[in-house]
Structure formats: structure tokens, C-alpha cells
Design a binder for this molecule. Structure first.
Ligand SMILES: Nc1ncnc2c1ncn2[C@@H]1O[C@H](COP(=O)(O)OP(=O)(O)OP(=O)(O)O)[C@@H](O)[C@H]1O
Length: 581
């Protein structure tokens, strides 16, 4: 158990939202007739009109979602009366007597019997008859306070009454066997757990008892004499020595309540077999992140420089505290039969209750001096009465006329408490813790990113260097192969040049030869042409010759003929001569 507790620093920096005392109207500070405190009109009205604006008036805050804007008295302490059913003793002793009180819930009035023929009537914010369920009591008395706490306001739910009238029953019942029996502590916590986000909100608990003017930790009972520390500036009360346990879940809370219950001082008195001998104070610290502006918060990139957002982008957190106070019951020692140590305890209980009553009287009467420092109880409840909390009080009474005086005193306490108006204020702070966490996360993220980038760059650099080396090698190789090639090409070039020259030479000589051939061809062609011509001429001449020959032949033939003729003639001539002869 001890290992799971942590000592919590309760330092906080309030940020605006203090409801300005003069802001809305003075009329709001005056409790209207519809509200509580309208009991004995003759005795209360004069005191009421004196409630000052400066210290106790409350103006509904625009961000105060729970505080009803139409509520004319948003900071007034609400008081409900709960009547305990008759117990066995009441039934036995008062069988022949009428109850000392009569409740008129529909009128919200309680009639207190003075004697057989007269009674006085008091108005309260709510009246619970003996048959009222635990659920209804929670919903009317505590739920609005719990809702305020969830919205960032401090809240107090307290039970006050004579011993044995049902304070612990109303507040501290665990209802292990029957959930309908659960008291305000369990139901309030259940409501808180339902409404918060486990991701961004948190709930922590301290459970203490004030026993004979010493504050003891009910969760770590070795811690005794825990000092009360008051912030001189804000007047805020804290108990840095008390263990503060972060609650994981509902069962965890029930376990803590059980531990606290087991450590609480109780005794068997004539009026209550389990009479609490200490005031028990359950402190529930609720821390909620305000999400509405969360999107505004980013580290923005501007000209490649990261800049923080402007002031309004800082996340905010609402820190509120719910006090559930189960007072020890006031008791007349002669009636409770307390002796020795029990009587000593009762003296302390009565003393602290008396000092609480004095503070409430002073606040109700607008006294300039509130005697808060008279007891540790009043110091602890400084914020609940005349402070910044929203407060609901259940006063518990029994029906028996045997306890008429105690019941009257309780009712008067409740009536005076109804005149106390607190200056309810929202507890909203810049959530520097979460901002720091976010920035640290971002720094971590950026550092990782930077490392990653650096590694990437280094990898790239190594790669580039490797590539450069490879390139250089390949360049050198290429250069070498190029120079080899160039050398080779040069040689080749020279060789080719020579070859070319040679070829040119040969070509020239070939050309000359060609020319020669061409000339020869030309001359041959000419010769050929000439031959052809000659041939043609020849042919022609042959033809001519043939013709001539023909002609010659003809001529010859002709000549032959002539010769023949000549011969013939000659012969004839010869013959003729012969003849002639
Ligand atoms: N509304 C109720 N219905 C039923 N039983 C009740 C109711 N109120 C109180 N009781 C019973 O009356 C007895 C006394 O109640 P409880 O211990 O809560 O009184 P108390 O005011 O806390 O007393 P003390 O101041 O001595 O501690 C208990 O047995 C409780 O169960």
C-alpha cells in the first residue's frame, strides 16, 4: 500500500477565471427568497441582506458549465436535511411520543416541534424523509458538486449532525453487498471515473482523519500529525505530508476506502454502536486537460524555423478538488455515556464542531473576522465555507424528541450555513507539465529524426564516396584504356596515313595506268572505230569490188565476147583472106 502512494506537491498557479466580486450584480449576492435560508423569517432576513458583494458574491462564469447561469445564488452553500428512520431505541423509548420534526418535502420546509402546541418552520434546499434512497440523496446533494468539480471548480460535500443520525451512512457506505446502499463517496467517485478520460485526465485521492486535533493519514496510518500548509497568497490549504494515491480504477478506490474505514477511529457509545470518533476527510484531486484549444498547439514551421505558438496555444489543465467530509457527531457526553478517553475524544469533537459553527456564524453574519484558525477542522474547511468551493451540506437528524435540543442545534447550524456564499472560481492553469511533455516529446522526435537524417546523410556520403572512388577508379581505368587506345589509334593513324600515302601513290600510279589504259582504250576505241569504219569501208569496198569484179567479169565476158568476136572476125578475116587469097 505504502509503495503505491506518492507525496504530492500541491503547488499550483491559478490562471484567471476568478469570478470578479463586483462583476455582475449585487443582487446576485443577495440570497433571494426562493433560495434557502428562508426559515424563521423573523430571525434570518436581516442577516441575509448584509451579505457583502466583495467576499462572497459569485457571478456565473462564462466558462463555468456546471454552475447554472440562471442560478441567482451560484456560490451559496446548499443545505439538505436527512431524517434517519427510527432505530430500535427510538421505537422503544419514544413509542408514546410524536417525532420532534415534521418534514414537508414538497414545500421544502421542516417543522420543528417546540412543544405540544407550537412549532417553528424552516426552509431548506431539500428535505429527505426517512425513506429517501441513497441514490436520490446523492443526485440532489452531491451530483451538482461533482459536476462542478469535473468542470474545474473545487467542491465540498459534508455531513453534519448529532451522533448516530446517519452521516457515515449517507457519505461512507460502501454498499459491498447491496449497491443501492452505496453512499456519496462511492457514487461521487463512480461519476468522476465515468466522466474523465483515462488518457488525458487523472484522479488522485487522499484520505485523512482529524482525530483529537491531529491529522492522520487513513491510507498510511503511520503518518500522524500531518501539518496544514496555507499558501499566504491564495490562502489555499494543502497537506504535503499526506499520501496521495493515483487511482487506477473503481475497485482500487473501493480498496482504499476500506483501508481508510478500517483505520478510522470508531467506538461503541450509547448512541451509536459504531460512533466515529474522528472527522474523516476524503480528498479527490481531479486533473483534467482542456481539449478545446488543443489543436492550436503545434510547433509551427516558419521559414524553416520551428516557433512556439502564441500564448493562447499553450494547453490548459483544470485542477479541482472534491472534499467529502464525514464529521464526527456532536454528542452530549451525559447522553452518549462517554467516559475517560471517550469523553476526551468527545470534547475534541465538540470543540472543533463549535469552532466550525462559529466560523459559519461569522460568515453568515458577514463578520469582518472569521475565526478559521481556531481549529484544524476550520482551517481544513477554509475553502469550503467562505472560500472558492461549491459546497453542499447534509444535515442529519433523528426523529426522536429525546434529542430535541441537539436536533434544534443541528437545524440552526444548517440554517446559518445556508447563508454562507462562496466565491466560486474556476481552477484553470496553463498546463506547463503537459506543454513540457509535449515539447520534450517533440524534441525527442526531432532528435530521432535528426539522428535518422544524419545517419541517412552519412550513409549517402559513404555511398557517394564509394561511388566517387569507383568512378575515380573507373575513370583512371578508362583514362588508361583511352590513352592506350589513343596511342594505338595514333599508331594506327600513322600506319593508315602511310598506308594511305602508299595507296595514294598506288592509286596515282593506278590512275596513271588507268589513264594510260583509258588512253589505250580510247585509242583502241578509235582504232576499233577506225577498224569498224575500215571494215565498213572494206565491206563497202568489197561490195564495190564485187560490183567492180562483177562489172569486170561482165566486162571480161564482154571482152571475151568481143575477143571471140574479134577472134571470129579475125578468123573470118583470115578465112576471108584465104578465100580471098
Ligand atoms: N437513512 C438511513 N436508513 C437506514 N439506516 C440508517 C440511516 N441513517 C443511519 N442509519 C443507521 O443508523 C446507524 C448510525 O448511523 P451512522 O453511523 O451513519 O451515524 P453517524 O451520524 O455517522 O454517527 P457518528 O457521528 O456517531 O459517527 C447506523 O447503523 C446506520 O446504518
Amino acid at each position: 500500500m505504502a509503495s503505491s502512494t506518492t507525496v504530492r506537491s500541491s503547488q499550483r498557479t491559478d490562471r484567471h477565471h476568478m469570478i470578479p466580486p463586483h462583476s455582475t450584480s449585487t443582487s446576485r449576492s443577495t440570497i433571494c427568497s426562493g433560495g434557502g435560508g428562508g426559515g424563521q423569517q423573523h430571525s434570518n432576513s436581516s442577516v441575509r441582506s448584509k451579505v457583502p458583494v466583495s467576499r462572497r458574491s459569485v457571478t456565473p462564469n462564462s466558462r463555468a458549465h456546471t454552475l447554472d447561469d440562471h442560478d441567482p445564488e451560484p456560490g451559496r452553500v446548499r443545505v439538505a436535511v436527512r431524517l434517519r428512520p427510527r432505530n430500535a431505541e427510538d421505537l422503544l423509548s419514544d413509542a408514546d411520543f410524536a417525532d420532534c420534526v415534521e418534514l414537508q418535502p414538497e414545500l421544502k420546509r421542516l417543522k420543528l416541534r417546540k412543544n405540544n402546541w407550537s412549532s417553528e418552520s424552516y426552509r431548506f434546499d431539500e428535505l429527505f424523509t426517512e425513506s429517501a434512497s441513497q441514490k436520490r440523496v446523492y443526485e440532489v446533494v452531491a451530483k451538482p458538486v461533482v459536476e462542478s468539480v469535473l468542470n474545474g471548480y473545487n467542491g465540498t460535500v459534508m455531513a453534519y449532525g448529532q451522533t448516530g443520525t446517519g452521516k457515515t451512512y449517507t457519505l461512507g457506505r460502501l454498499g459491498k453487498d447491496d449497491v443501492s446502499e452505496r453512499g456519496i463517496m462511492v457514487r461521487a467517485f463512480e461519476d468522476i471515473m465515468i466522466n474523465i478520460s483515462s488518457a488525458s485526465d487523472s484522479v488522485e485521492v487522499s484520505y485523512l482523519q482529524l482525530y483529537m486535533e491531529s491529522i492522520q493519514d487513513l491510507l498510511v496510518p503511520e503518518k500522524i500529525n500531518i501539518p496544514i500548509v496555507e499558501d499566504p497568497k491564495t490562502g489555499e490549504v494543502s497537506l504535503p505530508g499526506a499520501s496521495v494515491v493515483k487511482i487506477q480504477d473503481f475497485d482500487h478506490f473501493l480498496q482504499l476506502l476500506q483501508i481508510g474505514e478500517a483505520n478510522r477511529h470508531a467506538a461503541n457509545t450509547k448512541l451509536n454502536t459504531e460512533s466515529s470518533r474522528s472527522h474523516a476527510i476524503l480528498m479527490v484531486y481531479v486533473r483534467r486537460s482542456v481539449h478545446e484549444k488543443e489543436d492550436d498547439f503545434h510547433v509551427q514551421e516558419k521559414d524553416n524555423i520551428s516557433v512556439l505558438p502564441s500564448d493562447h496555444g499553450i494547453p490548459t489543465v483544470r485542477k479541482s478538488k472534491l472534499l467529502i467530509v464525514d464529521l464526527a457527531g456532536s454528542e452530549r457526553i451525559d447522553k452518549s455515556g462517554s467516559e475517560g478517553h471517550l469523553a476526551e475524544e468527545a470534547k475534541f469533537i465538540n470543540l472543533s464542531l463549535t469552532s466550525l459553527g462559529k466560523c459559519i456564524n461569522a460568515l453568515a453574519e458577514n463578520s469582518p473576522h472569521i475565526p478559521t484558525r481556531d481549529s484544524k477542522l476550520t482551517r481544513l474547511l477554509r475553502d469550503s465555507f467562505g472560500g472558492s468551493a461549491r459546497t453542499s451540506l447534509v444535515i442529519t437528524i433523528g426523529p426522536s424528541s429525546r434529542h430535541h435540543a441537539e436536533t434544534t442545534s443541528t437545524i440552526m447550524f444548517g440554517q446559518r450555513a445556508m447563508k454562507v456564499v462562496n466565491m466560486v472560481k474556476l481552477k484553470e492553469e496553463f498546463d506547463y507539465e503537459s506543454l513540457c511533455r509535449k515539447l520534450e516529446d517533440q524534441i525527442d522526435h526531432l532528435t530521432i529524426e535528426l539522428d535518422r537524417q544524419q545517419k541517412l546523410r552519412e550513409n549517402d556520403k559513404n555511398k557517394m564516396e564509394r561511388k566517387l572512388k569507383e568512378c575515380q577508379t573507373s575513370f583512371a581505368e578508362t583514362e588508361k584504356s583511352l590513352s592506350d587506345r589513343s596511342e594505338f589509334l595514333e599508331k594506327e593513324n600513322t600506319r593508315l596515313e602511310m598506308d594511305m600515302k602508299d595507296m595514294l601513290k598506288r592509286l596515282n600510279s593506278q590512275k596513271d595506268y588507268n589513264d594510260l589504259i583509258c588512253n589505250k582504250v580510247a585509242s583502241l576505241e578509235m582504232s576499233l572505230n577506225h577498224s569498224k569504219f575500215l571494215e565498213k569501208e572494206n565491206t563497202r569496198l568489197q561490195l564495190e569490188l564485187k560490183d567492180v569484179l562483177e562489172e569486170l567479169k561482165c566486162q571480161k565476158d564482154h571482152n571475151d565476147l568481143i575477143r571471140d568476136e574479134v577472134a571470129c572476125l579475125e578468123m573470118s578475116l583470115k578465112h576471108g583472106k584465104v578465100f580471098a587469097t
